[in-house]
Design a protein. Structure first.
Length: 560
């Protein structure tokens, strides 16, 4: 930042009553006061980025009496969140105004939180996860939550994985899922922990505690009962079983509309043995002595397939669907990863990758795979990479040619070969297998040297098949021509290839995924789509549902 603009910022801080102090680290630090309505608040203001791409840090040094111990947007360390990151853009050319904006917003937010209890409670409920994690010291212990969909009344197994920076605690109904995660990350073998983990589900969001987050069993039980008595009944029922007395510690993970959170407490082994035949006795001890028995808060990060593949979706994922992807080349490589991120291979579903070719040096410039997969089967290499990224996914690699009737099965077949002869065969075999009726086939391809990409969804007889896209004349001219010139090709030995930039297969993959998303939503129209590169020398082609071509041999082929 130029010295003149820096001087503007420093002058504004001085005008606001902030004085520089020395602290370790690269940030410039200043101490001053926020002139709030009820009283002044002593704070530290830190600026580490004078370009203002990130907001300055504001720390409350002395919490005033008018500010409750548990205040939304203020951490247990006193750090105040005054702007939602990215919501307000500070003017780097006016540092004085940017600094004033931050100080003024922090002051207004503290006034609002202290004067309006309903606002404070609403903010707490909306950002409950953050408050549970940083709203009070000590901070919670992180727990990873894998798939617990099948968890009933019994305890969910809990595993520990020791790594260089500590121990990861993972709760999961399926041990294979945890082992796959550890293997994918290169972590040691997970070890079963003697922690009884129980799932509690509530349709209600946690409410703001009167003073602070619960720190004892009594406080936790009273708080949960206040906002959801049924959730507390679930905990009460668990503590009436014998199973929990066999663990060293008990952990409750609670699922709410505001997100997951939890807590655990250690068991007294002598008391557990004493009440082994009648666990309700130990439960009563927890109620009677709960004020003396501490809990440890747990922050929960979900890593289950359902969470990973559905978090950003407003529609069903590809979970439980059987998907076949024919062609693992430039288009298929990017498309395969996108399919897995959309949920392909999760649940009871599967993703089958079919391609006969090896990854050659000439493929590397436009393929999802890299040098580490050189001369490997494209299908197998893709399977290996995607399994490392998503170890829970069921991905099958078949290094062979495709387009046979037996390949047209499952819930969806995707033709990403970009080879018209193979696409014709896939199209024909879809019609010649009566059992394949109703299996939709998505064809996607690149036009010319990447001027545009196209996709065709083939499902119902009243719409065009792949062969309908060419006329029945001897030249088999395109029914919807896009380019009037022959694409550039290059000859290498006895073979040729069509050069195009890596953006083309990525665009074709994106087009295919958008059509699949529409299918998941229930309406894939328009079934024929074209996306063009800006400025390309092409004819405009309307996205539409195309009618079958009269006399099309693909449509009129008899079913066996």
């Amino acid at each position: 930042m130029p010295a003149s603009r820096l001087a503007l910022g420093l002058r504004k801080l001085d005008e606001l009553g902030f004085k520089p102090i020395k602290r370790p680290g690269p940030a410039r630090c200043f101490v001053g006061e926020l002139q709030c309505a009820k009283d002044s608040v002593k704070v530290r203001f830190e600026i580490s980025d004078w370009e203002f791409t990130t907001y300055p840090t504001l720390v409350i040094l002395e919490r005033p009496p008018f500010l409750p111990a548990l205040t939304p947007h203020v951490s247990g360390d006193g750090y105040q969140c005054y702007f939602v990151q990215g919501r307000v853009v500070l003017d780097r050319y006016r540092p004085d105004h940017a600094i004033w904006q931050c100080v003024e917003q922090a002051r207004k937010e503290l006034d609002h939180l202290s004067a309006n209890p309903k606002y404070r409670e609403r903010e707490f409920e909306q950002e409950f996860g953050a408050h549970w994690a940083i709203g009070q010291k000590p901070h919670p212990i992180p727990v990873l939550l894998a798939d617990v969909a099948g968890a009933g009344d019994g305890a969910v197994p809990c595993f520990g994985i020791g790594v260089d920076d500590g121990v990861y605690i993972i709760a999961a109904s399926d041990e294979t899922q945890v082992k796959a995660l550890a293997e994918a990350r290169g972590w040691p073998t997970p070890k079963l922990k003697k922690i009884g983990t129980y799932i509690v589900r509530s349709p209600k969001s946690p409410t703001l505690p009167s003073e602070q987050l619960p720190a004892t069993i009594a406080e936790a039980f009273a708080w949960i009962k206040a906002w959801d008595p049924d959730a507390m009944k679930r905990i009460h029922a668990v503590l009436g079983q014998r199973e929990w007395l066999g663990f060293k510690a008990i952990q409750f993970l609670i699922d709410t509309p505001a997100g997951w959170f939890g807590f655990f407490f250690d068991l007294n082994p002598r008391r557990a043995l004493m009440h082994k035949r009648k666990p309700s006795g130990y439960r009563q001890h927890l109620y009677n002595k709960g004020n003396e028995l501490p809990i440890i808060r747990v922050s929960v990060s979900q890593i289950s397939p359902d969470f990973i593949h559905s978090r950003n979706l407003q529609f069903p994922s590809l979970k439980d669907r059987r998907i076949t992807l024919i062609g693992c080349g430039a288009i298929g490589g990017y498309l395969a990863q996108a399919l897995v991120k959309l949920g392909a291979g999760s649940g009871t579903g599967s993703l089958t990758l079919i391609d006969p070719d090896l990854l050659a040096p000439g493929n590397l410039g436009r393929h999802f795979l890299g040098m580490d997969s050189l001369y490997k089967s494209k299908a197998v290499a893709l399977q290996e990479v995607l399994t490392r990224q998503f170890p829970h996914a069921k991905i099958v690699a078949e290094a062979r040619s495709a387009a046979y009737p037996s390949d047209i099965t499952g819930d969806l077949v995707i033709d990403a070969t970009g080879e018209e002869a193979v696409s014709e065969a896939i199209n024909a075999n879809r019609r010649t297998k009566s059992r394949a009726e109703g299996v939709p086939v998505l064809h996607t391809w690149i036009v010319g040297n990447g001027e545009c990409v196209q996709g065709l969804w083939v499902d119902q007889k009243k719409y065009a098949c792949f062969r309908c896209m060419r006329r029945n004349d001897t030249a088999r001219t395109p029914r919807f021509p896009v380019i009037d010139h022959d694409p550039e090709t290059r000859i290498v030995g006895c073979s040729a290839y069509t050069p195009y930039a890596v953006s083309a297969p990525m665009s074709a993959s994106a087009l295919a995924i958008d059509m699949i998303i529409d299918w998941l939503k229930g309406d894939v129209s328009p079934r024929f789509r074209t996306r063009c590169v800006e400025g390309a020398d092409i004819r405009k082609t309307k996205n539409q549902n195309v009618s079958p071509l009269e006399g099309c041999p693909g449509c009129s082929a008899p079913s066996s």
